[in-house]
Design a protein around this ligand. Structure first.
Ligand code: PGA
Length: 265
């Protein structure tokens, strides 16, 4: 795991965009896995700006959404399909046929989840999966106790997740209790994973994910087993890490290691 501690939210978004941009330059038909929520908004905003400056082109990019509320139609303002369209897709030149979302109202849920998995495989897998993290350590909607090898499926939202997300709904009774989410096993097959976190309210989950044991009780802790996982967090989210100085030291010296390796070639 690479732990990158930045000053603030703006800087973590900048860092994530730099990595996405670099990945796109290497592979224009990049397959991205994308989350919703408050955290990735700054990333989408910056990617749109890059597109407007003609520094990135999404015409060959393929995207998969990480999760969706069950029971909400695509055009419901709180659906994740709507969020992605409003905050990202409608501002860039991604092709309609290259956008894959989990549906909130599929006819056959199991078949829909299975087909989503197959679709991911058919495009060669996800190159770069972006993740947020819940205060309870969830990734996607894989709540604590989710199997660490789970695939795309229905999940029941944890009470704390419903509570946190209730701010987006006028009527509390309208908040979905169930969702579809890529599984932890699905996420772990991505070639690279970036997890973003900002703010004090994420600091406990971040500390447990990075420094605690790998456990289904903290789903994000599974990233310790991924060879290309980058955890990009601001100082507040990093505030409870016990080895913060060490991570900063490693990050600071990374350039030097790269220079050394370049010279050896
Ligand atoms: P947030 O959500 O970005 O809105 O904090 C993250 C998550 O729940 O995964």
């Amino acid at each position: 795991m690479e732990i990158i501690i930045k000053e603030d939210y703006d800087q973590i978004c900048e860092e994530a965009v730099k990595i996405i941009h670099r990945a796109w330059k290497k592979k224009n038909d990049l397959v991205l896995g994308l989350p919703t929520g408050r955290t990735p908004l700054g990333v989408y905003k910056r990617l749109i700006q890059l597109y407007q400056k003609e520094e990135i082109d999404f015409s060959s990019v393929v995207t998969f959404s990480l999760d969706e509320y069950l029971g909400l139609k695509e055009n419901h303002p709180q659906s994740f399909a709507y969020y992605m369209k409003k905050n990202f897709y409608q501002h860039i030149n991604l092709k309609r046929e290259n956008i894959f979302c989990l549906k909130g109202n599929p006819e056959d849920i199991d078949r829909h989840c299975q087909e989503y998995e197959e679709k991911i495989k058919s495009v060669g897998g996800i190159d770069l999966q972006i993740l947020g993290i819940g205060r309870n350590g969830h990734i996607g909607f894989n709540e604590p106790s989710s199997s660490l090898s789970s695939r795309t499926r229905v999940k029941t939202l944890a009470e704390e997740t419903i509570e946190v997300n209730s701010r987006f709904f006028k009527d509390k009774n309208e908040i979905p209790r169930f969702c579809l989410t890529m599984g932890i096993g699905t996420i772990m097959e991505s070639k690279m994973i970036i997890l973003l976190a900002s703010g004090e309210d994420k600091s406990k989950a971040i500390q447990k994910s990075i420094e605690g044991p790998v456990t289904a009780s903290v789903p994000a802790s599974i990233l310790q087993l991924h060879s290309q996982a980058k955890i990009i967090i601001d100082k507040k989210a990093a505030s409870r890490l016990t080895r913060k100085k060490y991570y900063q030291w490693v990050y600071k010296n990374k350039e030097k290691v790269n220079e050394f390796l370049e010279k050896k070639k």
